[in-house]
Ligand binder design. Structure first.
Ligand SMILES: Nc1ncnc2c1ncn2[C@@H]1O[C@H](COP(=O)(O)OP(=O)(O)OP(=O)(O)O)[C@@H](O)[C@H]1O
Length: 227
């Protein structure tokens, strides 16, 4: 089963005179274990597509199967359930400032009632070590560098063993060196677990981590290049 399989997806914002089509006949497949980068000019519809795949907004037309679930016509409840199998990484890391790095990572395991708090914190510590943050577990985000904060966000996205990782501009706030290191680390962790990644990026410096680069323009997929 392909983790993402999209067929003839259309999407618009607004209604009546304000109606604006932002995705046109998009078809896209992400295969098991694959790292796919989604690129293209500002406004081409990349983030909108990522939020539809992540079940963060409702579908309007076409088909989008994610981890075996059809999102067209899916209930809010089904979408909430699916989101729990997806690891999200955003540009601004979205860490909570009043929690430590370890608590931020452990939080994403809270929905798993079978795990005790001690076990959640233990797994969070293990995951932070895997992203090179041993010794920083008890610091709040404000005491970490931008690159370290984004590593915490990666640990948080991966700690629950998601079936899929969706990332939106994860290097936008980072300099070249830390941006490159952070995505290399994300790639190698995901590859070792067989977790597919779909990453939206404008950043030409990180295109080399991709198995495949998909380019969008004006709401359409215009090019697919396999590395
Ligand atoms: N909530 C919204 N309501 C109305 N229009 C929106 C909304 N969100 C995005 N748009 C418009 O839809 C189009 C596609 O936006 P989207 O953010 O998906 O593009 P993008 O390729 O991710 O751009 P960027 O690289 O700048 O983030 C843009 O013209 C944008 O202005």
């Amino acid at each position: 089963m392909d983790p993402i399989s999209i067929d003839k997806l259309n999407f618009h914002y607004g209604e009546g005179e304000l109606r604006r089509r932002v995705l046109r006949d998009v078809s896209l497949t992400v295969h098991a274990g694959e790292v796919v980068l989604l690129t293209g000019p500002s406004g081409s519809g990349k983030t909108t597509l990522l939020t539809l795949i992540g079940a963060l907004r409702g579908m309007q037309d076409g088909s989008c199967r994610v981890l075996g679930h059809e999102l067209m016509g899916a209930s809010e409840r089904a979408r909430v359930a699916l989101r729990q199998s997806i690891g999200f990484i955003f540009q601004n890391h979205n860490l909570l400032g009043f929690l430590t790095a370890r608590q931020n990572v452990a939080m994403s395991l809270e929905l798993d009632a079978a795990l005790s708090e001690a076990e959640r914190l233990r797994r969070a510590g293990e995951m932070l070590a895997a992203v090179g943050l041993s010794g920083h577990e008890d610091k709040p985000p404000s005491k970490l560098s931008g690159g370290q904060r984004q590593r915490v966000a990666i640990a948080r996205a991966l700690v629950g063993n998601p079936g899929l990782v969706l990332a939106d501009e994860p290097t936008a706030a980072l300099d070249k060196v830390s941006g490159g290191e952070v995505v290399q680390q994300l790639r190698s962790l995901a590859k070792s677990r067989g977790t597919p990644i779909l990453m939206v990026t404008h950043d030409p410096r990180i295109l080399d981590i991709a198995d495949r680069i998909v380019t969008m323009e004006d709401g359409r997929v215009v090019e697919t290049v396999t590395a």
